[in-house]
Ligand binder design. Structure first.
Ligand SMILES: CC(=O)[C@@H](O)[C@H](O)COP(=O)(O)O
Ligand SMILES: NCC(=O)COP(=O)(O)O
Length: 288
C-alpha cells in the first residue's frame, strides 16, 4: 500500500473486546483510506417470524445465517424476546455453533435472559427495552432509570467475555448512563430518524426539518459516545433508502439491520438483499 494510502489514524474499526481476534480492516476497492465502512450485522428475527407462523421448521434461521455470512455480512443479530414470538432459545444455541462471524443477541436486562446469555455465550449481548404486546421495539432502553439492572447485566456479561452493548435513544445522558454501567458499546436507536424518512418527501413541509433534526441528534450522539470511548452501533428501522446519510456518520462502526433486509429478501432472495445493503452502506460511507 503506497504511503499516501496508509490507513489514517482516523480509521475506526470494531473488534470484539476480551477475546483474541485477528482484525482485518474492511477497505474495499479504490476508496480513500480515510473512509471507514461500518460493519453490518443482519437481524434474522423475521426469518423466524415466518417459521413461527406455522410453528414448523422452515425457513431455517441457521440456513439464513449461513447465507448472510456468505453474502458478506459481518455478523448475525437475533432478539430473544420474553414472549418468544420469533427467535426461540434453541435458535440461540444452534446459531452459537453455526455462526462463524459474530453473534449478537438482543434481550431485556432480566435475570432470566442474562442467565441464558451467560450459558450460550454469544459474542455480544445488546440490552433492549421490551413492552409486552409491542409490535416492535418502541425506543431505546432507559439506561438511566434502570441503571442498577443494566449495571448488573453488563457486569455478568463482561465477566464471561461477552461484549455488553446498550440500545439507547441518541441522548447524552443515556450515553453517560451506559458508561456508568460499564458497557462496551451503545447502539443508537434510529427509530425517530427512520420514521421521519418514511413519509413521502415534500408531503409534509416540516418533514425535511424532522429528518435534518434527527440526523443531527445522531451525529452529535455518535461523536459524544466515541469521545467517551464507547463503541458506537446504530439500528432500528433502517432501510436501503435511509441508510446512506447514517452510513456517513464515521463514528458509527456497526449497523444492526433486519426487517427491511428480510422484506427485500422475500422478493429477490437473501443473498442479493444482503449484498444490496452492504453496497448501500459502502455508498453512504464514501459520500463523507
Ligand atoms: C432493538 C431493535 O430495534 C430491534 O433490533 C428489535 O429486534 C426489534 O424487534 P423485532 O425484531 O421483534 O421487531
Ligand atoms: N437493533 C436493530 C436491529 O437489530 C434491527 O432492527 P430492524 O432493522 O429490524 O428495525
Amino acid at each position: 500500500m503506497a504511503a499516501s494510502d496508509e490507513p489514517s489514524a482516523d480509521l475506526l474499526f470494531l473488534a470484539p473486546v476480551n477475546k483474541e481476534y485477528s482484525v482485518s480492516l474492511k477497505i474495499e476497492g479504490p476508496v480513500s483510506a480515510k473512509v471507514m465502512i461500518a460493519r453490518l450485522n443482519v437481524n434474522i428475527d423475521h426469518v423466524a417470524t415466518v417459521r413461527q407462523a406455522r410453528r414448523t421448521t422452515e425457513p431455517s434461521v441457521v440456513a439464513a445465517a449461513m447465507i448472510c455470512e456468505q453474502a458478506g455480512a459481518d455478523g448475525i443479530t437475533i432478539h430473544l424476546r420474553g414472549d418468544r414470538r420469533h427467535i426461540q432459545d434453541r435458535d440461540l444455541y444452534i446459531l452459537r455453533q453455526a455462526v462463524t462471524t459474530y453473534l449478537n443477541v438482543e434481550m431485556a436486562a432480566t435475570e432470566e435472559m442474562i442467565k441464558i446469555a451467560c450459558d450460550a455465550r454469544p459474542d455480544a449481548v445488546t440490552l433492549v427495552a421490551e413492552r409486552p404486546g409491542e409490535i416492535t421495539t418502541e425506543g431505546g432502553l432507559d439506561a438511566r432509570a434502570n441503571l442498577d439492572a443494566v449495571r448488573a447485566s453488563v457486569s455478568a456479561l463482561r465477566e464471561r467475555g461477552i461484549i455488553a452493548s446498550v440500545f439507547i435513544d441518541p441522548e447524552e445522558d443515556q450515553i453517560e448512563a451506559a458508561c456508568d454501567a460499564g458497557a462496551d458499546q451503545v447502539e443508537l436507536c434510529t427509530a425517530a430518524y427512520a420514521e421521519a424518512t418514511m413519509l413521502p418527501a415534500g408531503a409534509h413541509p416540516t418533514n425535511e426539518e424532522r429528518i435534518a433534526r434527527e440526523l443531527d441528534r445522531l451525529r452529535k450522539a455518535a461523536a459524544f459516545a466515541a469521545r467517551r470511548k464507547l463503541r458506537v452501533a446504530a439500528g432500528h428501522g433502517l432501510t436501503y433508502r435511509n441508510i446512506g446519510a447514517i452510513a456517513a456518520i464515521r463514528e458509527i462502526a456497526e449497523f444492526n439491520i433486519g426487517h427491511n433486509i428480510i422484506a427485500r429478501a422475500v422478493l429477490v432472495g437473501l443473498e442479493r438483499a444482503v449484498r444490496d445493503m452492504l453496497a448501500a452502506i459502502r455508498e453512504g460511507a464514501e459520500r463523507t
